[in-house]
Ligand binder design. Sequence first.
Ligand SMILES: [Fe+2]
Length: 287
Amino acid sequence: MKIHKIKSSISNYISVLLFNKRLPISYCLFNFFFNKLIVNKKNLNHTLKTFNDEGYTKIDSNFLEEVDEINKNITIKEKFPNRVEYDLSQNIKTKIIKNLNDKLKDLLNNLKKYYNSNIIIADMSIWSNFKPKEISSSKEYFSEKFHCDGYICNYIKIHINLMDVDKTCGPLNIISKKINKKFIKDFNYKDRNYYNNDNNYDYIYSNTGKKGEAILFDSTNCFHRATIPENYRTMMQLILFVSPFEQTEQSNNPKFSDYLGYAKPTGIFNIVNLFSKYLKNKLNFKR
Ligand SMILES: [Fe+2]
């Protein structure tokens, strides 16, 4: 194992013990201070209150029209053994991004106030997970081991169901961030590949729902996993980027790679520097 992998495993392990999250220590510290000093928890509506308390919430809006438009127009971008990724023409993508921005306007505005920062749709991806022919418990096919996404908390996700999703479709499972400590104890969680997965607990949230329904979730602070479908599941993922910049334009062809350095910063200097940008923005937001 390379030195940086060993360092990263130790850092993640210490974070599980100290912060109840599987993230590098520096990211846990960033998230801790971000939550204490940047986030505005006053006057939250029901959706934001649930998001703040649990780390996930169903979204009020329904995206059935957009989903029908997407399902009619998707083309295959790339095929993998158990997964197919899809694409849309630029015209359709522009139209969908515009409609999503309109429908999500209130939520994005509320998130802007909550994070004291601009919020943009930084990525849009569509894919299907298919049941593997043979399933080995030592392998991961769709990130089905509990984990936290390895970014700082300026990276949040919206998942939109492109079909009706029941328990047989391999829905996303999420643990409320309120009970991370209990989850770690119950599962004897040491790392992504070292925990006791034999028991089922009714506090595991299963993101089932109708076509067009959507969920907002904080994938860096909540443990989550995909589950294996009996047949397949098709969904769309939006990455929302909590921007450290005063002005941030919404692109019609969002590419997360443009923001990767800000969501996955390396080195203490960059992390502290980024934090100071958010702090400065917060002070400006208040003026
Ligand atoms: Fe994940």
